[in-house]
Write a protein that binds this ligand. Structure first.
Ligand code: FES
Length: 171
């Protein structure tokens, strides 16, 4: 495949150690269909898909960087920007919407001072909206990392945020 011009990616971190990514790529050497597992493993190791990593994968798999970015933006599991220590996922499926998810989104956004899809300045929280989490009887529902918070009302939000801060748990 030819190398076409690439889309914009996060600013390059010139000090990034690529040795782990090289090892991952070595382990998939010559294997067909390796792009997704390679990206998964690299993201697991580095947190998100930074420009030097994308360029390395492009070079090693002989795929254009723009194709890799296309794949990374298609699948919700991949991230081109750094994410917070804690990932707040607010369900905006039908049941949660009917039970006031919009107010929950607004409250988290206000208390964390961050828009949906973004990460707080202290890099502690990333706020995301997601489709049905499969627990509609608990609507409206929010997950923070592995913790599930159901039957939420906006007044609960501050306590949940404070509780998560106090846990000080890294992903
Ligand atoms: S709609 Fe929110 S859990 Fe199903």
């Amino acid at each position: 495949m030819s190398k076409s011009k690439k889309k914009s990616v996060p600013k390059q971190n010139e000090t990034l150690d690529l040795s782990m990514a090289e090892k991952i790529l070595d382990s998939y050497e010559g294997m067909d269909g390796s792009l997704i597992p390679v990206l998964q493993k690299i993201q697991y190791e580095y947190g998100y898909l930074q420009e030097p990593l994308i360029n390395l994968v492009a070079e090693r798999l002989n795929i254009s960087a723009s194709e890799i970015i296309g794949v990374a933006t298609f699948y919700a599991q991949f991230h081109l920007q750094p994410r917070g220590v804690h990932i707040v996922k607010i369900c905006c499926g039908t049941a949660c919407h009917v039970k006031g998810a919009t107010k929950i989104v607004d409250e988290f956004s206000k208390k964390l001072d961050v828009k949906v899809g973004s990460t707080t300045e202290d890099k502690l929280f990333t706020l995301e909206e997601v489709a049905c989490l499969g627990a509609c009887s608990l609507a409206p529902i929010v997950t923070i990392d592995e913790d599930v918070h159901g039957n939420l009302v906006p007044d609960n939000v501050d306590n949940i945020i404070q509780g998560t801060r106090q846990q000080g748990r890294a992903k």
